[in-house]
Design a protein around this ligand. Structure first.
Ligand code: NAP
Length: 495
């Protein structure tokens, strides 16, 4: 069965804009193609929003917020609706998984059990927090009664990247909704399909019209228009460091709160005392998962020197056997890159690394024997610490391997890029795990594993990987503001 047969166009959303609770075409009737990365063929097309459509979506979200139709509900009432959304996402697992697989090129098993599962659990998790969103009473020295209300910020522009459309929209929409905000969501232009299904689900769950709006369209001018829109109160951005910095600067002009989940280039430190079998499994999955298009991937392996040659030998034997290919096959682990431009970018970076003297342990080339945007999983060795392929975010199935002699050197190499999103330590020495973890500049560190994610555990970046956190109670911080109310208890009753 081909990928397009497995996700027939008739089961995909019609591809219109979702504004004010109804579906509409772009104001100028524009459409844009959606491509299947596994074949390079067109799957369908969706509306290409104009600035007028952005204005309409923001106006709908503004009106819904100001009317109190959502923020005026108790958080427990909102929680019940989010819980229904969780149940509906479970019921529509196949629709969501097929859309995510055909559109992003994700192997179907991962689309089902990682993308849909984690996205649904984010709704369930934030629904659960809705039962304990209390205001806090503060002790004061004066004769006053003081309490701090946590209030929604207003209209949130949620902008998401191409690699995890469903999870990353959920990590914004679920906390924003439970806190009482309204939303305009702009998914990446290449991967808009699951966002349209989520709009259907949220409406069916009982989210009132105008509270969640989805506009599909290209970033650039449209993104600038959304970020700088006077009707938007907050921007939640996930994407590249370059576009994030641009959008943050634009938002700063009107002092809009801005959360930024940006690029990553994590180091995975493998100490010689680690359980080697398990560590190798972790190393491989950390760099091939989602074809390396994972902000928290582990593309930089740092190996304690006595193990360096052994590890390279094991990787050379094992990596070519990781199942790669047909994304509809439940056994497939590695799919294509998500677009022609991703394929070109990865390919060019590796070619430059080869020219600069990197040793190709395995891979290092496009897979030209098939259609679609496939690249061989690649391991590169003998690299300088400042090599471009080491310091830049490659965002493909490419692992660089460097040796270290001491703990200090491992920490220095790990912290030696501009990024600071994720990191990993493979060791059996517990004291070392704690000691090294505390020195790593990253929002999250995994010990003896990778991508051990849970909706209750926050993630986010330091340095060029951004600011703010998603997941956990911390994920609510970006969607609430504190309002202190202090009452003078000394004033007597009016006479
Ligand atoms: P991107 O090019 O930065 O795009 C991200 C989003 O921003 C897309 O929806 C894009 O729309 C939009 N956009 C483009 N120009 C804009 C503008 N001027 N104003 C406002 N929005 C604009 O990133 P990507 O290539 O989709 O995603 C890959 C990057 O995301 C990687 O760097 C990865 O590390 C990062 N990422 C980070 C996290 C995290 O949690 N830290 C998670 C996932 C991915 P178009 O698609 O229409 O251009």
């Amino acid at each position: 069965m081909t990928i397009l047969e497995s996700a027939p166009v008739s089961t995909l959303p019609a591809g219109r804009l979702f504004i004010g609770g109804s579906w509409r075409e772009a104001s100028d009737g524009g459409r844009m193609d959606v491509i299947a990365p596994a074949t390079g063929e067109k799957i369908t097309d969706v509306a290409r929003a104009t600035k007028e459509d952005v204005d309409a979506a923001v106006a709908a979200a503004r009106q819904a917020f100001d009317s109190g139709i959502w923020s005026g509900l108790s958080s427990r009432e909102r929680a019940r609706i989010l819980q229904r959304a969780y149940m509906l996402m479970r019921e529509r697992t196949e629709d969501l998984a097929q859309a995510e697989s055909v559109n992003v090129g994700k192997p179907i098993t991962f689309a089902r059990f990682v993308d849909v599962n984690n996205a649904a659990e984010l709704y369930e998790y934030y629904a659960s927090l809705g039962h304990s969103l209390d205001s806090a009473v503060r002790e004061t020295t004066g004769n006053t009664h003081a309490y701090v209300r946590k209030e929604p910020i207003g209209v949130v522009a949620a902008i998401t990247p191409f690699n995890f459309p469903l999870i990353l929209s959920s990590s914004k929409i679920a906390p924003a909704l439970i806190a009482g905000n309204t939303i305009v969501h702009k998914p990446a232009s290449g991967t808009p399909l699951s966002a349209l299904i989520v709009a259907e689900i949220l409406q069916e769950a009982g989210v009132p019209d105008g509270v969640v709006n989805v506009i599909t369209g290209a970033g650039g001018d449209l993104g600038d228009h959304l970020v700088s829109h006077p009707g938007v109160d907050k921007v939640a951005f996930t994407g590249s460091t370059q576009v994030g910095a641009h959008a943050a600067a634009l938002a700063a002009k009107s002092l809009k709160p801005f959360t930024a989940e940006l690029g990553g280039n994590a180091a995975n430190i493998l100490f010689a005392d680690a359980d080697l079998d398990s560590a190798i499994h972790t190393v491989i999955s950390a760099f091939v998962f989602n074809t390396g298009q994972f902000c928290m991937a582990g593309p930089r392996l740092l190996v304690e020197r006595p193990l360096y040659d052994t590890v390279l030998g094991i990787l050379a034997g094992a990596v070519p056997h990781v199942p790669l290919g047909d994304v509809t096959d439940p056994e497939t682990v590695i799919g294509p890159l998500a677009s022609q431009s991703q394929l070109d970018k990865v390919s060019e970076l590796v070619d430059r690394a080869k020219t600069a003297g990197a040793r190709v342990v395995t891979g290092g080339h496009r897979l030209e024997d098939r259609p679609g945007f496939y690249y061989a999983p690649t391991v590169l060795a003998d690299l300088e610490a400042d090599a471009e392929v080491v310091t830049e975010e490659v965002f493909g199935p490419v692992l660089t391997v460097q040796a270290f002699d001491t703990e200090d050197e491992a920490v220095a190499l790990a912290n030696g890029t501009a990024y600071g999103l994720a990191s990993g330590i493979q060791t059996r020495d517990l004291a070392r795990a704690h000691r090294v973890a505390a020195r790593l500049q990253a929002g999250i560190t995994w010990v003896n594993g990778w991508a051990l994610l849970d909706p209750s555990v926050p993630f986010g970046g330091v340095k060029s990987s951004g600011w703010g956190r998603e997941g956990g109670p911390e994920g609510l911080d970006g969607y609430q503001r504190s309002h202190s109310i202090v009452i003078n208890l000394e004033q007597g009753p009016a006479s």
